[in-house]
Design a protein around this ligand. Sequence first.
Ligand code: BES
Ligand code: MN
Ligand code: MN
Length: 462
Amino acid sequence: MQDISEYLVKNKERFISELIHLLKIPSVSADPVYSQDVINASEAVMASLLEAGCDTAEICETNGYPIVYGEKIINPELPTVLVYGHYDVQPADPIDLWNSPPFEPVIKTTDIHPEGAIFARGACDDKGQMYMHVKALEFMVKTNQLPCNVKFMIEGEEEVGSENLGTFVAENKEKLANDIILISDTGMIANNVPSITTGLRGLSYVEVEVTGPNRDLHSGLYGGAVANPINVLTKMIAALHDENNHITIPGFYDKVEELSKEEREEMAKAPFSLENYKKALDINAVYGEKGYTTNERNSIRPTLDVNGIWGGYIGAGAKTVIASKAYAKISMRLVPHQDWKEITELFKTHFESLAPEGVTVKVTPHHGGQGYVTPIDNNAYKAASKAYETTFGKTPIPQRSGGSIPIVSLFEKELKSKTILMGFGLDSDAIHSPNEHFGIWNYLKGIETIPYFYQYFAELSK
Ligand code: BES
Ligand code: MN
Ligand code: MN
């Protein structure tokens, strides 16, 4: 393959300004206020695919936000790579905590990114990482060395559960047929410790509502005599973990894959500093399930977390009141073999059983998905590993991630293909948080590494 370094030097500024253009579009899928912007982002992605050299690109309508599809088929005999990514982003809230406006990208240096990072919502998750693939395609097409066929499927509802993507995939199996799915929507250990994500956790997301009396009550007149939904809800939530931080839902761990001693030892070899981890978060201790290390707790173990809790009076000053209702949003991260629908049912049954007399409980499932483990003994992993070796000068470490991309297991089910997760973000890039950013070095490294994946994958597939 013709060296990409020269192409990168020549086009670096343009690659950055094109990404900035995309980051300026506030494509927040969760908030209907931004619906036109989400649509605008899909059109910008489609245009960029054509610009980069796709033969065709189209906007595919769904019952929600559109899916952008593009392809360049050079020879049906050659293998086909399907690139998946998302152009929608998380809400920017809480906006006051941003040091610069979330949709007015700026480049600043940080300790971890001395070459600068682009600060904007979606910089890393996933516009920046998705766009690396568009620019890698551009390089391969413009220099006449695309070694296989490529298809792009970029969706606009990932951050809200990919509700319509499943239908699209099921209805377009032929169009989407591929030999491997390639995704950059995860991270790596550090810029000098490349890693390839080999696992994703599943997810079950539920909302709970506890109802007591039929109206908000004077807490003096009624306090002590009726169940207070907020007191009850917090007690029920507290009962979901035991003193060892194990989850108490009966049957919750039944299908959890237990890693062997050898596998856990292998995992423990990945470089990790607990001191730096705590320092980066300003915490004096980590916290979690007894018997597991921090890296195990956030990847191979299932969890249950309250994501939001509300009810009663939260305005200025004091109001003496017993609220009629209390609410919480709860997520459970699951590991391979745990079935998210089954876990949702187990949660519902157990949570309802925790309710004392005097209140009623409603559990509403939101969305969820299965976890995923990528094989590392196939050509695709070998090709990815070799690509990192070429551009980082180091063999990447296989690493399981704690995050979720539920659609990956659905791809396997519907399209019968495996996925390779080549993420170039860092945990410190603050995805979903205020001041999200993506290192310029990481952005360019991704664009540099991806064409080697294509080359090695095509070679190994011969
Ligand atoms: N890109 C993330 C997932 C991710 C990030 C995986 C880093 C591994 C490492 C994705 O956009 C995301 O946020 N997924 C959601 C789940 C989805 C159903 C809303 C998540 O993990 O919370
Ligand atoms: Mn993402
Ligand atoms: Mn995300």
